[in-house]
Design a protein around this ligand. Structure first.
Ligand SMILES: *Cc1c(COP(=O)(O)O)cnc(C)c1O
Length: 422
C-alpha cells in the first residue's frame, strides 16, 4: 500500500481547508507517520547494540523534518556542504553526522572538519592524501563490485561510481592508519528502493565479513558498520512493504553470532531516507484544465519541478482524487504539468475517477526525493511544504519559490574580465 490509512484519515478530512488556506500546490508531511516509522525502526533493531539511524538529509532537506529525526535520537547523513550546515544549525555535532560525499573537493573536507567535525566517510583511496587534517575516526565506503548484483535502481556495483573496490579495502585502511587514524568504521550502500529484505540481510553479512578480513590483515577493530540506505517502500498498491521484522531479526542474529565468535561486535548504523519519510508525504495539486485530443489530459497546477521521479525514472506515484470514491466511473488520463517537456507527466494512461476542474489530486509518496529534487527549468518554480503536526495543526515549513527567487542570481557585482592575448 502507498500512503498509510492513518495519514489518509488525518489528511483527507482537512485537505480542502489546507488548499483554501495555503493554496495549492503543496507537499504535506505527516509527523505522526514519520515518528511511527522511526520508533518502529528503533524497536526492530533494539537487539543490536548501538544501533543508530542517520537520516539521509538529501531525501527531505527541511530543518523541521531534520529536527524530528534528532528528537528521535537519529543522526544525519550529509553529502554536501549545505546539508552539513543545516544539520549543524540544528545542533548536530561530531558523531551525529556522517559525511558521505563522493568526488569530494577541498572545501568539502574543510567543512567536514569544521565546527566539531563529523564521521568522515571516504569514497576513494586517492582521497586519503587530500584530507587536510586527517581525523582520528575514519570510515570508507566499500563497493563490492562483482560480489553483489540484483538491485534494480543502483544496478551493478561494478558500474557504480561509488566506493573503494574490493582489492583496495585493506590498503585504504592501512593508509589511513599511516595518516594517524586510530578509530574505524566501514560503510556500504548497494541498493536503492529495495523491497526484498534478504538483500539487506546479505549486505549486513557482507560488511561484517569485510571487517573480519580487514581485522585479520591490519589488527583493526571496527567501531561500527553502516549498511547504508536503500530500504524500499511500496509505491504501487499491489506491492508488499519491506518486511522490517524479519530483516531486523536476521540482521540481529548475525550481530549476535559475530559477538559470540569475536567477543566484541561493531555498532550498526543505517542511513535510510526514503523508508523514513517517503510514504509520509504527498503532493496536493488542483486540476485546472481538461484537454481532450488523442488522449485525455488533466492539467494540474504542479509540475515536475515539484516531483521529478516520474519523469526521471518513469516512477509510479499513486494518485487519489479527493472526494471521488473508488466506485466512481473512471476515465483514462495523462496527468500533466505545464513544463515544455513531454515527460512532465505525473501519470500516464492512468485509470482514475472522472476529474472535474477544481478537483484536488493527492499524489502519494513524495516525502523523500520529492521536493528536494525539484528544479527551476523553464521558470517553473518549486512549491511550498507543510507539516501536519501530531496535534492536528498544520505548519508552513517552506514557502513556495517566487519570481524574485528565480531572478536572485542575476543580481551580482559586475565582473568583466579581459583575458590577455596568448
Ligand atoms: C541517497 C543516499 C541514501 C539514502 O537513500 P534512500 O534510498 O533514500 O534510503 C543513503 N546514503 C547515501 C550515501 C546516499 O547517497
Amino acid at each position: 500500500m502507498p500512503m498509510s490509512q492513518g495519514f489518509k484519515d488525518r489528511l483527507i478530512p482537512i485537505v480542502d481547508q489546507l488548499a483554501a488556506h495555503f493554496g495549492t500546490p503543496f507537499h504535506v508531511y505527516d509527523e505522526v507517520g514519520i515518528r511511527e516509522t522511526g520508533e518502529a525502526l528503533k524497536q526492530a533493531f533494539s537487539g543490536v547494540a548501538g544501533f543508530r539511524e542517520y537520516y539521509a538529509v538529501k531525501a527531505l532537506p527541511n530543518p523541521r523534518i531534520l529536527q524530528l529525526m534528532f528528537e528521535m535520537g537519529f543522526g544525519a547523513d550529509c553529502s554536501s556542504i549545505p546539508e552539513l550546515l543545516m544539520s549543524r544549525e540544528l545542533g548536530a555535532r561530531g558523531e551525529d553526522i556522517m559525511f558521505t560525499s563522493n568526488n569530494t573537493d577541498r572545501a568539502e573536507f574543510q567543512a567536514a572538519a569544521a565546527d566539531g567535525g563529523c564521521v568522515l566517510n571516504l569514497d576513494d583511496i586517492s582521497l586519503i592524501d587530500k584530507v587536510p587534517e586527517f581525523p582520528e575516526l575514519v570510515c570508507f565506503r566499500y563497493n563490492p563490485g562483482p560480489r553483489r548484483t540484483g538491485n534494480l535502481i543502483i544496478g551493478n556495483p561494478v558500474e557504480a561510481k561509488y566506493g573503494v573496490s574490493d582489492e583496495q579495502v585493506v590498503a585504504a585502511y592501512r593508509k589511513a592508519q599511516e595518516r594517524g587514524a586510530t578509530r574505524f568504521g566501514l560503510h556500504t550502500m548497494v541498493a536503492s528502493n529495495e523491497l526484498d529484505y534478504t538483500y539487506m540481510v546479505e549486505t549486513a553479512r557482507m560488511v561484517l565479513e569485510m571487517t573480519e578480513q580487514v581485522e585479520k590483515a591490519l589488527g583493526i577493530r571496527f567501531e561500527f558498520v553502516n549498511i547504508g540506505g536503500g530500504f524500499g517502500i511500496p509505491y504501487r498498491p499491489e506491492q508488499e512493504p519491506l518486511n522490517l521484522t524479519a530483516m531486523a531479526e536476521e540482521i540481529t542474529a548475525q550481530f549476535e553470532a559475530f559477538q559470540q565468535k569475536h567477543g566484541y561486535v561493531p555498532r550498526m548504523y543505517m542511513e535510510s531516507g526514503r523508508f523514513m519519510t517517503g510514504p509520509h508525504g504527498c503532493l496536493v495539486t488542483t486540476a485546472i484544465n481538461h484537454k481532450d485530443t488523442y488522449r485525455q489530459y488533466i492539467g494540474v497546477d504542479a509540475c515536475m519541478s515539484a516531483l521529478m521521479r516520474p519523469a526521471l525514472y518513469q516512477a509510479y506515484h499513486h494518485i487519489d482524487v479527493v472526494g471521488k470514491p473508488d466506485s466512481a466511473p473512471t476515465e483514462v488520463y495523462d496527468v500533466v504539468g505545464s513544463l515544455c517537456e513531454n515527460n512532465d507527466k505525473f501519470a500516464v494512461q492512468r485509470e482514475l475517477p472522472q476529474i472535474e476542474e477544481g478537483d484536488l489530486l493527492v499524489i502519494h509518496d513524495t516525502g523523500a526525493h520529492g521536493h528536494a529534487m525539484g528544479f527551476q527549468y523553464n521558470g517553473r518554480l518549486r512549491p511550498k511544504e507543510l507539516l501536519l503536526r501530531t496535534d492536528g495543526s498544520v505548519e508552513l515549513i517552506r514557502r513556495e519559490e517566487t519570481v524574485a527567487d528565480y531572478f536572485a542570481t542575476l543580481t551580482f557585482d559586475a565582473d568583466n574580465f579581459k583575458p590577455t592575448a596568448g
